[in-house]
Ligand binder design. Structure first.
Ligand code: GTP
Ligand code: MG
Length: 181
């Protein structure tokens, strides 16, 4: 959406409870990390101003959602008008990777974009810092194969704790969304 000469990108972050959605956003927008888990209730957004190449200022409106409540309380209106969907899983927990399929399907069902096969998703494999990567349950290769199957979704391995790849990932989110405008 264009407001005066500014682009407003609506980004929705989805994934199982505890994978680090809120932590990734807090690291990206406020450069802070909290060890303590506090479940997100409902949905809330933060806004980040971006300068990309020679494009007008882009406002990235990032919506954090609750992994625990799934889609039940948010409703279809929430997903409409989304420009990008960020899917997050925890590389140390297999189940959070398997559920991506459901998040992906549900998003498309709810958001109902005009060209579902072209809708921009970005996948983040978070918590790569844990045990120096020795307790991984999902390999990078497996994750990349899934992304390829879904129409070449960009993939980033991240750590909200160590601030690894977080900025890169969200910049890619903005560029992917802009390219689809
Ligand atoms: P819901 O709000 O319930 O959907 O969970 P969430 O996906 O927002 O997870 P949240 O960001 O609250 O993180 C869950 C727990 O994992 C917290 O205790 C975080 O401190 C921790 N955590 C998040 N990201 C990382 C990471 O990259 N590395 C490590 N070691 N811990 C992380
Ligand atoms: Mg949360």
């Amino acid at each position: 959406m264009l407001i005066s000469d500014r682009m407003l990108l609506k980004v929705i972050v989805l994934g199982d409870s505890g994978v680090g959605k809120t932590s990734l956003m807090n690291q990206y927008v406020y450069t802070r990390f909290n060890k303590q888990y506090k479940a997100t209730i409902g949905a809330d957004f933060v806004t980040k101003e971006l300068h990309i190449d020679d494009k007008p200022v882009t406002l990235q409106q990032i919506w954090d959602t609750a992994g625990q409540e799934r889609f039940h309380s948010l409703g279809v209106a929430f997903y409409r008008g989304a420009d990008c969907c960020v899917l997050v899983y925890d590389v140390n927990i297999q189940k959070t990777f398997e559920t991506l399929q459901t998040w992906h399907e549900e998003f498309l069902k709810q958001a109902d974009p005009s060209e579902p096969e072209r809708f921009p998703f970005v996948l983040l494999g978070n918590k790569v810092d844990i045990n120096g990567g020795t307790s991984r349950a999902v390999s990078e290769k497996t994750a990349r194969e899934w992304c390829a199957l879904k129409g070449n979704i960009p993939y980033f391995e991240t750590s909200a704790k160590e601030n690894y790849n977080v900025e890169e990932a969200f910049l890619c989110v903005a560029k992917t969304a802009l390219a689809n405008e």
